[in-house]
Design a protein around this ligand. Structure first.
Ligand SMILES: *Cc1c(COP(=O)(O)O)cnc(C)c1O
Length: 343
């Protein structure tokens, strides 16, 4: 079976991250993050954002998001997010669990992007003692459907949030793809646009595992280290989570690998459009959402392609650092074959 387009987490370490792991292998160092790689990686992240933020390394995105949200909320608060948000659909209630009961409130918005007015309406519909008061706005960048928020979109959302006393969290599992797609300064779509805390994705960027939690508002990270430890996220050999960050930020591969994934998605999208396949959302990062005929999806599966139909009739195809133009051509060739057979 071919899992190439099933997700952007089906492939392994990119060479730069892998080399960093091998280099960090050398010798004995202090454990639990007291090592030089962890300090170096946190400094590299501070340099990337051009600000003095607090940085923590955790194993995966669910932990990054749910521990970050727990740090921003009391159990009687609520978090406003998009109805397609990973924290709602794919984290098994971890944000509610780690926050000891904070509720998620779902708002709409075209193409996976929250609509500021929908957020305002949702967050202001009640203010009485019987209802959990909204305290956090969580946005996903790139969104779950492969679109991007521009800096001005984020500024509009954070303006609504701050007028209502809400913090802003960003799920950046695909943050590198967003920066590559927008060609912007990472600061412009985070702290300068009102983001307080970022879950910064490493896994889908080309690491084998590991995400960073970045607090731009350092007053919010008080005792966060204890949450990480209690949540099972304090790596004793933390250098292996940190070293790939240091390496990929130093040589720029965090961005070139993401730009490559985006370029492969654009190539795939062009090929699909040329074959008359309708796309459900604009392709702005590394995901393509295609409306295949159900016969074609089945026939592609029979030819070995594992693809996920995410909602009725929409199939998600993700590109990664490892996707090649040949992979794209092979998939499109198979699509030509199966659609010829079905006509
Ligand atoms: C992949 C992903 C995550 C992280 O998921 P884990 O499996 O917990 O690492 C978080 N948010 C989004 C939007 C994702 O796509």
């Amino acid at each position: 079976m071919r899992h190439d387009f099933a997700s952007d987490n089906t492939v392994g370490w990119c060479p730069e991250a892998r080399a960093a792991i091998d280099a960090a292998q050398a010798g004995a160092t202090p454990s639990y993050g007291e090592d030089p790689w962890t300090a170096g990686a946190a400094d590299a992240i501070r340099d990337l954002f051009g600000t003095d933020c607090d940085v923590y390394f955790v194993f995966n995105g669910t932990a990054a998001n749910s521990l970050a949200l727990a740090a921003l909320c009391q159990p009687y608060h609520s978090v406003v997010c998009h109805e397609l948000a990973h924290i709602e659909t794919d984290e098994c209630g971890a944000p509610e669990f780690f926050s000891n009961g904070a509720k998620l409130w779902l708002a709409g918005g075209e193409d996976g992007r929250l609509d500021p007015e929908a957020v305002r309406v949702l967050a202001t519909r009640r203010s009485d003692i019987h209802f959990p008061t909204p305290r956090v706005l969580s946005v996903t960048q790139a969104t779950e459907v492969g679109t991007l928020y521009r800096a001005e979109d984020l500024t509009a959302l954070s303006g609504v949030a701050s007028s209502l006393g809400m913090h802003v969290h960003m799920d950046g599992a695909r943050f590198a793809n967003a920066v590559a797609g927008l060609g912007c300064d990472p600061a412009d779509i985070t702290w300068r646009a009102g983001v307080d805390v970022l879950s910064l994705g490493g896994t889908k960027n080309g690491m084998g595992m590991g995400e960073a939690v970045v607090f731009f508002d350092r007053t919010l990270s008080t005792e966060f280290a204890y949450r990480c430890k209690q949540g099972g996220q304090l790596a004793s050999k933390m250098r292996f989570l940190a070293a790939p960050w240091q390496a990929m930020l130093a040589d720029g591969s965090w961005l070139t690998r993401a730009a490559h994934a985006n370029a492969m998605a654009a190539l795939l999208a062009d090929g699909l459009r040329a074959r008359g396949v309708e796309l459900a959302h604009p392709v702005e990062a590394n995901g393509v959402f295609a409306r295949f005929s159900s016969g074609d999806v089945r026939a592609l599966f029979e030819r070995g392609w594992v693809l996920h139909e995410v909602v009725n009739g929409v199939t998600r195809l993700m590109c990664s650092w490892a996707t090649t133009a040949d992979d794209v051509a092979t998939l499109l060739g198979d699509l030509d074959d199966v659609s010829e057979l079905s006509t």
